[in-house]
Write a protein that binds this ligand. Structure first.
Ligand code: THG
Length: 297
């Protein structure tokens, strides 16, 4: 049983292998990655071409056709270029199963993309990012979610097709923003009954030394699961992270959720992954200030 549907993030204009292939319009490496991510258990493949100001309307359809020729796993089209998004949806074979990533609470983005999503019948990520940028707390996130939900509802998009993204922020900026994102998640079913959710887990470890990132991403996922996170944008090459998504690490989930309820297990009795999650939870919840030596403390 899949607990959290994984949206695999690695086909990405910034990535070494996929970025070069996109620029050269070389399908091979992208199709290989699509197969690897599918085999790892991804429920969706994110295709991130970035802002693509110059050639987005041509690049997105090319990437969509390239990946749909290699796998049947539904796609998640990721660009801030509204024209490229529309062009990508035109090219998609499986429109209804796809995700539009994303529509933010900025009026011009809503105007341009809500009609495209309504016509496609796809899932839509409602990104809680507004005219003034990043929301400051859970109340601002809630207000943006209501704006997005109302506008989508008017266009005939039901809550069941919306995945709200409270936006994960780097732990290097402190735990407060991470906490208010979690607080928003705990309010979501009251704000938008039936809606789903997603978070880009790698955001939380952005700027942290490469070999330490996976620990933050894994524990953050478990924390979000307490509030019913339905999907997550993940590095599908991390097998341990995928095992958490698949519901195969229940004992670790129980420990972290217990800590969120106020339990404080004796670390002397913990080892291996349990100890990693114990220490990382202390950092992500703000009980310990982040430094790159947190696992050695
Ligand atoms: N929410 C939503 N969409 C999103 C994000 C989000 N899309 C983009 C991003 N955040 C999620 N995608 C990625 C993709 C790659 C990485 C992080 C997030 C990443 N890549 C490695 C790096 O840059 O070091 C490796 C790159 C490589 O392959 O070389 O970290 O939050 N809705």
């Amino acid at each position: 049983m899949v607990k959290v549907q994984a949206i695999a993030e690695s086909i990405n204009i910034m990535g070494q292998r996929s970025g070069t292939a996109m620029k050269e319009r070389n399908p091979g490496p992208i199709q290989e990655m699509a197969k690897e991510e599918s085999a790892a258990g991804a429920s969706f493949l994110d295709l991130n071409i970035g802002p693509a100001r110059k050639d987005g309307t041509e690049l997105m359809p090319w990437v969509v056709e390239t990946v749909e020729a290699a796998t049947d796993v539904p796609l998640c089209l990721d660009t801030t270029n509204a024209e490229a998004m529309a062009a990508g949806f035109k090219a998609l074979k499986n429109k209804e199963g796809a995700i539009m990533n994303s529509i933010s609470a900025q009026p011009e983005r809503m105007e341009k993309l809500i009609p495209v999503a309504a016509e496609a019948g796809c899932y839509v990520i409602g990104l809680l990012w507004g005219a003034e940028g990043m929301p400051r707390d859970s109340n601002e996130r809630a207000a943006m979610a209501v704006d997005l939900m109302m506008a989508m509802s008017e266009a005939g998009i039901p809550n069941e097709k919306i995945l709200f993204d409270p936006i994960g922020t780097p732990i290097t900026l402190g735990a407060d923003q991470i906490n208010s994102g979690l607080e928003f998640m705990s309010m979501l079913q009251e704000i938008a009954p039936g809606a789903g959710s997603t978070v880009g887990l790698s955001n939380v470890s952005n700027g942290v030394a490469e070999h330490l990132r996976k620990y933050l991403d894994r524990t953050y996922l478990i924390m979000l699961m307490k509030y019913g996170l339905t999907t997550a944008i993940v590095n599908s090459y991390d097998e341990e992270l995928m095992a958490i998504c698949k519901g195969e690490r229940q004992e670790l989930v129980d420990m972290v959720h217990g800590m969120m309820d106020g339990n404080d297990p004796d670390p002397a009795g913990l080892s291996g992954t349990a100890l990693e999650h114990y220490k990382t939870y202390k950092v992500l919840s703000g009980r310990i200030v982040f430094s790159e030596s947190w696992l050695d403390l």
